[in-house]
Design a protein around this ligand. Structure first.
Ligand SMILES: [Zn+2]
Length: 618
């Protein structure tokens, strides 16, 4: 009995700490990296030193730390390789034409690796063990709560042939795309350690400051995270306009970057980069680095003013971008977001590169400032990014779609039909199919917000995003934080929405069950067929084309949204308690006067069966 009581207590204690996340006792760890790196552009090997001052702001004493050694994923027999060979729908970028793992085929001088050669803690040697892409470090002495410790290491790496995100000589011919390239301390937060192996995707890092010196062949142009500290020595388009660069002796240049309050550091380098800059009216400098090749020029000129427009859109709709610089760099293998910049490939089609740029730039808000743990909550960064970039695209590219999220809904309905859906709370690496991951993260994640707009109203949704950004920037928000923000803004209770949508595969299916004459009026019966609750907007169109709406709020949301169609008369009906499978209301006009009745004219409610949402007069 006593042990049962104790275990109950522990469960309660754990639940409290979840609820306490991001409240008054929120804490996060802090890192200060100083790195000095030498890149050999002939062998694609590099060596480096790293000094890391680690501040333990947690309430716990730490006896171990972990580092990510991401480049070790690009070796035959790595977890990434084996997963690639076993998943039913492998990423096409990572397989050969005959569907074999490209990682399995890498030769010794083509693989990636990252090895720590020596490591000390406050001058004392510590023991460490490399386990695939993770370095396990048993500390020489514990780091107390509130304490600081300094790690110093030497490391060596080899840049893999481009397989995924990072690598050398990608298909556009970019020499070095350097992301996830340094020994990176794993995050410890209110949930404990997040030393996830690098299997497929998604990252979570420690907030802090980076000071990086990079020595490389002097013909190479470098772009990436961080402000260049020595532009007058470097030149390559970084020098103050109209000034002369001091000529440096030797074959190499040492680039010195500083990046304050970021959780990652990316760079890319190529001897044939063109480097353009664009200074925005608000003072932000945009950098564009792309291959000096006529086939890329048109695209990379077209992308420049669009980047400024997209940044203006996000600044206005989410909140001000907090850094003075952003770089759009040709590199990588598609598009991937990083701190203060992005790597984008496929530079010969302006439309596609502009679309990718909008998405990756949006990640500066939803990931690089609002740093959710992507492995656990992939829908919060990919989904929210997809949502806001669809809105942005619709405005700045003048697409003027009625429903800019239409493709997200189509994708989600396909996933439900396939029977392969897993809850959004699934770890990003643990989906059975890449297809199920990407729809859950991007499409169903975008719908989380667009549909939230249906529930609380569009103005309240946009206010929620602005408050979410203001309250959680430079932190690690969790799903409950976006829900609580929406609750505070709307005055509604939304736990049902977060729970059903993100932690289950329950679906929404409401329908019009019957429309019957009732004296001089009409009785309409709605039914709930799916398990997931939703409030209902019903549009009635009369024979003379006049319109009227009826709104049945969900009882458990304890509130009502504003009329989404102020030009149309709306009647607020009594609440619909979820457990009741049907719901009746009457309108005071005869059935003969009604042309059609439609559930959710906005189509923002993700109803998996649209056919029963409409009733038409015979
Ligand atoms: Zn994305």
């Amino acid at each position: 009995m006593k042990t049962l009581f104790l275990s109950l207590l522990m469960v309660t204690g754990f639940a409290c700490s979840i609820n306490a996340q991001n409240q008054a006792n929120y804490w996060q760890q802090h890192v200060d990296y100083t790195m000095d790196v030498n890149m050999d552009v002939e062998s694609y090997q590099y060596t480096g030193t790293q000094k890391l001052v680690y501040t333990n702001n947690s309430p716990d004493e730490l006896t171990r730390v972990y580092y990510h050694l991401f480049f070790n994923a690009f070796q035959p027999g790595s977890e990434m390789d084996i997963r690639l060979q076993n998943i039913q729908d492998p990423d096409r970028r990572m397989i050969t034409e005959d569907k074999k793992s490209r990682i399995a085929a890498l030769k010794e001088d083509e693989i990636g690796y990252l090895h720590v050669e020596s490591l000390t803690q406050d001058g004392q040697k510590v023991s460490f063990n490399e386990e695939g892409t993770v370095l396990v470090v048993d500390l020489a002495k514990p780091i107390p709560s509130g304490g600081k410790t300094t790690f110093e290491m030497t490391f060596k790496g080899q840049v893999p042939v481009q397989i995924r995100r990072s690598g050398r000589n990608n298909k556009d011919g970019v020499a070095l795309s350097m992301s996830q390239w340094y020994p990176k301390l794993a995050e410890y937060d209110f949930e404990g350690w997040h030393a996830d192996p690098y299997i497929a995707r998604e990252f979570h890092g420690v907030w802090g400051d980076f000071d990086v010196k990079l020595t490389i062949d002097k013909d190479y142009v470098v772009g990436g995270t961080g402000y260049l500290q020595n532009p007058q020595e470097i030149g390559h388009g970084y020098e103050a306009p109209g000034t002369k660069v001091k000529k440096q002796k030797g074959k190499t240049l040492t680039w010195h970057f500083k990046a304050p309050m970021v959780h990652d550091f990316m760079w890319a380098a190529d001897p044939d980069y063109v480097h353009d800059t664009l200074k925005m009216e608000n003072g932000t400098t945009l950098h564009f680095l792309y291959k000096n090749d006529p086939k890329f020029e048109e695209t990379w000129k077209a992308v420049q003013p669009m980047t400024a427009k997209a940044m203006d859109f996000f600044n206005k709709n989410i909140g001000p971008y907090p850094y003075d610089q952003y770089s759009v760099i040709q590199g990588g293998d598609g598009g991937m977001e990083y701190a203060m910049g992005t790597l984008i490939t496929g530079g010969d089609r302006p439309g596609s590169v502009i679309g990718t740029m909008i998405h990756e730039l949006a990640h500066s808000w939803f990931q690089h400032v609002l740093a959710t743990n992507e492995s656990k909550h992939e829908w919060m960064d990919e989904g929210f990014t997809s949502f806001i970039s669809a809105l942005c695209s619709n405005e700045i590219r003048e697409s003027n779609k009625d429903n800019p999220f239409e493709n997200s809904y189509k994708g989600y309905y396909n996933l439900v039909q396939s029977g392969k859906e897993q809850p959004q709370s699934t770890h990003a690496d643990r989906y059975e199919l890449n297809f199920a991951y990407s729809i859950a993260a991007y499409s169903k994640g975008a719908i989380f917000l667009s549909q939230l707009g249906y529930v609380i109203g569009q103005d309240k949704l946009m206010e929620t995003l602005r408050k979410y950004y203001a309250d959680f920037k430079f932190k690690h928000p969790v799903p409950n934080d976006i829900k609580r923000t929406a609750e505070k803004v709307s005055g509604m209770e939304l736990d049902w929405y977060l729970t059903d949508w993100t932690q289950t595969t329950n679906t929404i299916d409401y329908g019009i069950k019957s429309v019957e004459s009732n004296g001089n009026g009409t009785k309409i019966t709605l039914e709930r067929i799916g398990l997931m609750p939703m409030p209902q907007d019903v549009l009635v169109v009369y024979n003379d084309d006049t319109r009227e709406t009826f709104y049945a709020p969900l009882r458990m949301m304890r509130g009502e949204k504003d009329n989404p169609y102020p030009q149309i008369k709306r009647t607020v009906l009594p609440d619909w308690p979820w457990a009741f499978p049907t719901y009746e209301f009457t309108i005071d006009k005869p059935v003969s006067s009604i042309k059609a009745i439609l559930i959710d004219p906005s189509q923002l409610m993700a109803d998996v069966n649209g056919e029963n949402n409409i009733w038409q007069a015979e």
